[in-house]
Design a protein around this ligand. Sequence first.
Ligand code: SER
Length: 253
Amino acid sequence: MQSSEVRKTFLDFFVQKGHKEVVSSGLVPINDPTLMFSNSGMNQFKDVFLGTEKVDFDKATSSQKCVRAGGKHNDLDNVGFTLRHHTFFEMLGNFSFGDYFKEQAIELAWELLTEKFKLDKDKLWVTVHVDDKESEDIWLNKIKFPAERLSRLNEDNFWSMGDTGPCGPCSEIFYDHGENLPGDAPQEGLDTGDRFVEIYNLVFMQYNRDHNGKLSNLPKQCVDTGMGLERITAVMQNTSDNYETDIFKEIIN
Ligand code: SER
């Protein structure tokens, strides 16, 4: 499947599920002095999560241009050393602003990965936040995900946009590219290498962090997800190397 089709499959899936397709915002965020570059799909919805901006939809999907070259999310030290990091990349995302929360976010992710993209379920691994028993229960008892491939992490499973702003526990989905590659199964403090690649992050946006680090509840429970277009395209093109996909191959050749 070509990368353009991967992108379209993701966006169309969520449009069919009632999400509004929103175009990527620019790489330089407007009106947000806390960020130099857009670092994820949720940036343009920050004020919607905080409840200070109203939009006429409660679910959205987008493919966001991102740069992680500094600040809280900085990939620069990895670029050139791994098969999966980039300076510029695109992040596919689905978002709920007070509509669905954990259960539907997990069910939608599972349906998309296993029915639309038809990924081999045995190659998927899942992590949840160590205190998030609700997500763990959904994965194990609703999705029937095997317990031996689910792990509970602490800091790695709490996502924040920056030092301040919306944040919350998350559940990540990894794809196992096979034992010929280096990397440990997802566990706190271990390096998943290029073998176990995070392909989808489901963030359960619940809190706003202020300048003193204090967390307060957001007005509504929201969902913010991200799937690296280059990473899912690699999986769909049977390679573990993002640079071997159609996104880069022609340019490199
Ligand atoms: N904001 C989360 C992330 O960047 C989910 O999109 O991983």
